[in-house]
Design a protein around this ligand. Structure first.
Ligand code: GDP
Length: 307
């Protein structure tokens, strides 16, 4: 069995690749970017993984349902409602139903499992916690929700810190802990280390469980050279005084990751990463199409089977 720790746009590519290779997979999803909007509970990372596995994802955007329309949002804008967060009409069906179920007492895990079954996905998708953990960004325009920083303000404000509100008192999802325990291998997807993996490993129980089987935990670098493949990872890493390179990501992961996969062009960083007590593997880690996704998935699975 394989367990993957995942965010959204980068993670879903590898998750899809692995899903093509195994029937026995659990995905532990980030909840730090969940947000209440218009009275609805929106879970962007969970939805990206579920839509991705169901073949419904708008792959160009990296979020939402392919071919969706935005009539409802346009109408809301006419009514003066804030419209900075894109919510497609079909996507809204997910948020409406999820929020209704939660208001009737279902947990986020139960609702996510319902989504999984409605979309006929065999992989388990497990929110890292059923408690509320919110990623907040400290900027020169004040503290704000991650989505406000990235979507509303287009990632423009200067960043001096990132923190996970609620993480100290939140309990790791029991099912996530069990999945890690039962897995032959845990993979940290190529994800934003601070805003996608950070909120998951901020849950003490979960981090402890990963650390216990560190030699079976393998991460894929979301950075190549000094740049992220996409998104604001470098901005957050600099704010946390981490080197903006795969070595910086390695340092951030070093207490719970035993093997790190980097691009061949980053070979010069291998000694620094090995000094953190990690094995280093080099292969193509850029996923431009399904073949790349499956190839990277197979590479990772072979490493564990072979070890
Ligand atoms: P988010 O929740 O939308 O930020 O999505 P993730 O955290 O899952 O993914 C974003 C991260 O994935 C960014 O830091 C990107 O640099 C990285 N990323 C995106 N595509 C790829 C890829 O094809 N390969 C690798 N190695 N990293 C990627």
């Amino acid at each position: 069995m394989i367990t993957v720790l995942a965010g959204g746009t980068g993670s879903v590519k590898l998750v899809r690749g692995l899903a093509a290779l195994t029937d026995d997979m659990a995905v532990i999803s980030n909840v730090g970017d969940n947000i209440w909007l218009h009275g609805l509970y929106v879970c962007p990372d969970i939805d990206t993984i579920v839509y991705g596995l169901a073949g419904l994802l708008d792959e160009k955007r990296g979020w939402g349902v392919r071919g969706d329309s935005f009539e409802c949002l346009a109408q809301m804008e006419k009514l003066g409602a804030p419209s900075w967060f894109g919510l497609g009409d079909k996507d809204l069906a997910t948020h409406l139903t999820r929020t209704d179920m939660m208001k009737k007492g279902k947990s986020l895990s139960q609702v996510t499992d319902w989504m999984r079954s409605r979309y006929a996905i065999s992989e388990r998708v497990i929110p890292a916690t059923d408690d509320e953990v919110v990623t907040k960004i400290v900027t020169d325009r004040g503290r704000m929700h991650l989505q406000e920083f990235w979507v509303k303000y287009r990632g423009e404000p200067a960043v001096s810190g990132v923190y996970y509100e609620g993480a100290k008192r939140a309990r790791a999802n029991r099912k996530a802990i069990d999945a890690i325990r039962r897995s032959d291998m845990v993979i940290i997807a190529p994800a934003n280390p601070i805003s996608s993996i950070g909120p998951i490993v901020a849950l003490a129980g979960l981090r402890k469980e990963l650390a216990k089987k560190r030699d079976k935990v393998m991460a894929v670098s979301p950075l190549i050279g000094e740049a992220a493949v996409s998104g604001p990872a470098v901005k957050y890493m600099k704010a946390l005084r981490l080197a903006s390179s795969p070595a910086g990501v390695g340092e951030y992961y070093s207490d719970f990751v035993g093997a790190f996969v980097i691009a061949p062009s980053d070979d010069n960083l291998a000694p620094r990463i090995r000094n953190l007590g990690m094995q280093v593997y080099k292969t193509n880690i850029i996923m431009k199409n399904r073949d790349d996704e499956i190839q990277l998935g197979r590479y990772l699975m072979d490493k564990v089977v072979g070890s």
